[in-house]
Design a protein. Sequence first.
Length: 302
Amino acid sequence: MRKPGIFRIAQVEAMTGVSAHALRAWERRYGVPRPSRTGGQQRTYSEADIAMIRRMHELATQGVPLARAAEIVLQEAATPGEGTGPRIALLKTELFEALLAFDEQRAAAAWTELFDTLDLLSGFERVVVPLMRDIGIAWHEQRITIAQEHFASNFVRARLDQLSRQVQPLPGAPTVVLACLEGEHHEIGLLMLAVMLRFQGIRTIYLGQDVPDEDLIRTVEDAQPEVLAVNAGTAEGARHLRGVVSALAETAPLTAIVYGGGAFDADPSLRIETAYYGGPRLVEAVALINQLGRSRITGGAA
């Protein structure tokens, strides 16, 4: 039986970046997505619908014609055993509902199945990132409590910590210090980046949330890592970057500084040319940090 939708079209527009006009056009022309209707005939969308929308948007941005993109999305929806599309959306739904119900055992089972099905990067980008974004939206719209948001964040944080402890750095690997800039408390994205780097054999020194400028600078001066990776989700936090970069230019000149996070993604004016913007996706940040770290190990230029 099809699960009824729980998201209105304005919420889906905010969650996916696809306009309400485009959503209605896609539905009419291509049959993607397939929203339910309330008694008043308002569209409501499920997690599976949202997964289809994101997948179609991804294909479209890669240059796939919309008609062909819809065919691919519908084909994936019809073959759930391949671990794509709505199959993954069901796991995300299970995680979402279990976390909001404070059901750790159920959430743990869904998490385990997710990473038995997908590789780390796919699991992070297709499920964990949108899951935490949706939970954040639900909290801001007061559809869930702060206690539910904290439980979900702490669950994901603990599982990411477990993943990071499964691997050790390779001999001669570059060192990366990771930190949230001063005043920043949202660290899930940075934790995922740390896990990805550790699984590639890189040594990480993870400092976590809200690291004061002075302490961050002191740590980098003492450790002299090949790369410092920092993030900020707010403009206020992002403004700490310039001072950190300026200080380390003199005391840690061989350390490359990579920055990212929602603030820098949304407002290009916050970016600076004397450090490296990691991009909006994990895969971009991982590739850049790998390149910078290993070039400094070998004495080359990035």
